[in-house]
Ligand binder design. Structure first.
Ligand code: C2E
Ligand code: MG
Ligand code: MG
Length: 271
């Protein structure tokens, strides 16, 4: 069984190397909603690998492999470039007062590499998007691996005009003092804090995280909002934004665009 698993892994590695050329990697967009008026504020770009034989491989599986085999730089560049291009098209199409944003996940190995700065500069010069609306999502544990270096990289990324979201907040072992020094504009609170407990209450900590984020001048996105009552309660707790199945699962670009256009038409029809 061990040998079979090893062979699977090797096969997966060589398949992944070819996946980019074969255009098997696609991006799904999950809406992030402004709770005040339930409008679409932006999207999170989530990678999918559709292999002709293996079927759909989750990012949890293949991002790790891409990091280990040194493919993450190319893959990351591809994902950021595609997302920025899409965002630019949508912003032109909507011409809204509040331009929508798109956030892309950055994996652990990437933040520690200097070519990330170069890549982001390239992507931002290639696609016209409103300042701060292409956001990078970075996880807490990643930032805490090397806080000094991370702080410098994040500062430079911010200066280039990208936004920064702290992803899965609450799952790592963050030092609150560092949080003050990192230039994040948004905190994404992990699903585990957003879910109700077995007793039907939401973790008390949620309220404190929201007010701390606001004191630090950051917006709050609650992850994993699955029901309408989640959304209502999150709004009353002061979260600006929510993301989750209550507002839509990750969807292809065409479906995301339809959602945007429908909303736009509704607005135009309002008296
Ligand atoms: P994440 O950034 O925290 O993304 C949120 C995950 O939660 C997504 O899973 C999304 O589909 C799922 N989700 C959203 N709403 C709900 C909900 O209401 N309930 C539940 N139970 N789940 C919900 P996904 O797409 O499988 O991505 C998993 C993780 O893989 C992401 O976590 C992110 O860390 C990573 N990932 C995804 N795409 C990329 C990528 O392009 N690059 C990198 N480096 N990592 C990625
Ligand atoms: Mg994320
Ligand atoms: Mg997350």
């Amino acid at each position: 069984a061990m040998r079979a698993r090893k062979n699977d892994r090797l096969a997966m590695e060589s398949e992944l190397r070819r996946a980019l050329e074969r255009e098997e990697i696609t991006i799904l967009y999950q809406p992030i909603i402004r709770l005040e008026d339930r409008a679409i504020a932006g999207f999170e770009a989530l990678a999918r690998w559709d292999h002709p034989r293996m079927g759909r491989v989750s990012p949890g599986e293949f991002i790790n492999i891409a990091e280990e085999i040194g493919l993450i730089t190319d893959l990351g560049l591809f994902l950021r470039d595609r997302t920025a291009r899409q965002l630019s098209l949508w912003q032109k199409m909507m011409r809204a007062r509040n331009p929508i944003f798109a956030s892309v996940n950055i994996s652990s190995r990437q933040l520690l590499r200097h070519d990330l700065i170069h890549d982001i500069r390239t992507v931002l010069s290639r696609h016209a998007v409103a300042r701060g609306t292409l956001k990078l999502e970075v996880t807490e544990s990643l930032v805490m691996e090397n806080p000094e270096h991370a702080a410098q990289m994040l500062q430079r990324i911010r200066e280039l005009g990208a936004g920064l979201s702290l992803d899965d907040f609450g799952t790592g072992y963050s030092s609150l003092s560092y949080l003050q020094r990192f230039p994040f504009d948004t905190i994404k609170i992990d699903q585990s804090f957003v879910r109700t407990t077995q007793r039907g209450t939401r973790p008390v900590i949620l309220k404190s995280i929201v007010s701390m984020a606001h004191d630090l001048g950051m917006d709050v996105v609650a992850e994993g909002a699955e029901t309408d009552s989640d959304a209502i309660e999150l709004y009353h707790l002061g979260c600006e934004f929510a993301q989750g199945f209550a507002f839509g699962e990750p969807m292809d670009a065409a479906s995301a665009e339809r959602l945007l256009l429908d909303e736009h038409l509704d607005d135009a029809n309002q008296p």
